[in-house]
Design a binder for this molecule. Structure first.
Ligand code: ATP
Ligand code: MG
Length: 166
């Protein structure tokens, strides 16, 4: 029982707070998070990071970290997939993230509900809003053989204000 409780406390603290992020940067924080997630969930995660990722603006790093957390949690809870891929790439103007699984996917109807804000879950909707607030886009591609969530964030361009992105 003690082991189970300790495990749960670790899970909750992982989900609530990325303490390493500001200090060590997205790359190390992701490696640490993904390792813990894979251990807890038994989903085997393939993390693909570019050699030249370097540090991104704080808001971008936090957003990407949060999206990875939400997507991996969704994969564990909803997809039935035993594998996942997290892939990041960047150039001077954009950072791109893809989180992919080989699970059961979600119906067209469910995807429409998420896009229109009618979905009961707040995870993907909240992530989409968060990405939009810093001028990026979040896309969902899903079929019976898996789901892919993509995020593109501008790096150099002006960040849109919450009002402009509505
Ligand atoms: N990787 C996935 N594979 C299959 N279905 C998914 C996947 N990710 C999300 N879904 C479906 O999309 C719905 C919406 O996801 P979302 O993250 O917005 O909400 P949630 O996970 O149900 O709840 P919350 O995130 O608020 O705790 C899920 O309920 C699930 O049906
Ligand atoms: Mg969710």
């Amino acid at each position: 029982m003690l082991q189970q409780v300790t495990g749960e406390i670790r899970t909750v603290s992982h989900l609530l707070h990325p303490p390493l992020l500001d200090e060590v940067g997205l790359e190390s924080a992701l490696r640490w998070y993904v390792e813990g997630f894979a251990e807890r969930s038994k989903v085997s995660v393939n993390l693909e990071l570019p050699e030249d990722l370097e540090r991104l603006p704080q808001e971008c790093e936090l957003t990407l970290f949060r999206v990875v957390q939400e997507c991996l949690t969704n994969i564990h809870r909803h997809s039935g997939s035993s594998t996942a891929t997290v892939r990041i790439s960047r150039n001077d103007t954009e950072a791109k993230l893809e989180v992919k699984d080989d699970g059961r996917g979600m119906s067209q109807k469910r995807q429409m509900e998420i896009y229109s804000g009618e979905s009961s879950g707040v995870g993907l909707r909240g992530m989409r809003e968060r990405v939009r607030q810093i001028g990026g886009r979040l896309g969902i591609q899903s079929s019976a053989i898996g789901t892919s969530i993509t995020v593109v964030l501008p790096l150099a361009a002006k960040t849109r204000t919450a009002n402009e992105s509505r």
